[in-house]
Design a protein around this ligand. Structure first.
Ligand code: PEP
Length: 248
């Protein structure tokens, strides 16, 4: 039985003060949740969040990571550095990285590899644009994004990873994929992995992301192949985020 994971992606939001408040509010409301919960603050707040979460079951990670370990790569943060601060996860290949910063499948695969090498769990984002869905090529797109990682790292690498299916048209738009639309793609992803390694397919957590809210989380998480959510906007409000976590 796969566990439910709910991960909050805070993106480029917050201040030291608001981060402290948000962490305190989430911690206070965690109770005895069944789901695993994590937050991904902006890099600079990770040391603060690490301090605030000492001894807590709430995990944390980064929103991105370098494909490099060290050297002349101005502005980059490596996976071993994230490890130094106790990060458990790093998101790789978020659609905003892909579309706004031109990060392609191979580059994302190298970030995935660097994350695993440092002992962190990559949260690999995949998902199609609206026009790709309209052209009926959702599965081809998701397949191509997954293949880059499978070719570089092998399918077994996915056993210790998290995949987040995030249809780009649903991110930050308020348009959520219906539970069935999401389930169909999740089942496709799991089936594709199962064709290579059934045990890996059974183990890998596949999260859904795209305008998940307290009001729609339960029906999404109830689908057979949806193992939780990657949450953007709704992870910035503690009560809303906790409602999503309780749906798991
Ligand atoms: C995201 O950016 O990963 C995301 C799912 O955002 P939102 O929940 O705001 O759609």
């Amino acid at each position: 039985m796969r566990r439910i994971l709910v991960a909050g992606n805070w993106k480029l939001n917050g201040s030291l003060q608001s981060v402290r408040q948000l962490v305190a509010d989430i911690k206070a409301g965690l109770g005895d949740l069944k789901a695993d919960v994590a937050v991904c603050p902006p890099y600079v707040y990770i040391p603060e969040v690490a301090q605030l979460l000492k001894g807590s079951s709430l995990g944390y990670g980064a929103q991105d990571v370098s494909d490099q370990t060290a050297g002349a790569f101005t502005g980059e943060v490596s996976a071993p550095m994230l490890n130094d601060f106790g990060c458990k996860y790093a998101i790789v290949g978020h659609s905003e990285r892909r579309s706004l910063y031109g990060e392609g499948d191979d580059f994302t695969a190298r970030k995935f590899a660097a994350t695993r090498k440092a002992g962190l769990i990559p949260i690999l984002c995949v998902g199609e644009l609206l026009e790709e869905r309209e052209q009926g090529i959702t599965e081809q797109v998701v397949s191509r994004q997954l293949d880059a990682v499978i070719q570089l790292e092998g399918v077994a690498a996915l056993a210790d990873a998290v995949i987040a299916y995030e249809p780009v048209w649903a991110i930050g738009t308020g348009k959520t994929a219906s539970p069935q639309q999401a389930q169909d793609v999740h089942a496709f992803i799991r089936g594709k992995i199962a064709a290579l390694d059934a045990a890996v397919a059974e183990k890998v957590q596949i999260l859904y992301g795209g305008s998940v809210k307290g009001s729609n989380a339960a029906e999404l998480f109830a689908m057979a192949d949806i193992d939780g959510g990657l949450i953007g906007g709704a992870s910035l409000a503690a009560e809303e985020f906790l409602t999503i976590c309780r749906a798991g």
